[in-house]
Design a protein. Sequence first.
Length: 63
Amino acid sequence: MQLRLMYVIIAVLVALVAALAGSFVTVVEGGRPPAAFKTGALAFAGSLTLLVVVMSALGVVGS
């Protein structure tokens, strides 16, 4: 497996963990399932974007 692909897979998994944590916190604070889903989706999008930007800055992904 190529090293870049491995980093991308790890980034997606980290983003999924962030989304799960965001959803869990929303539910613990008394949020309803739609709010938990929205929080999870926003956390996933935000963390994945941040990880791609960081990996691009480090030269892991991109040209």
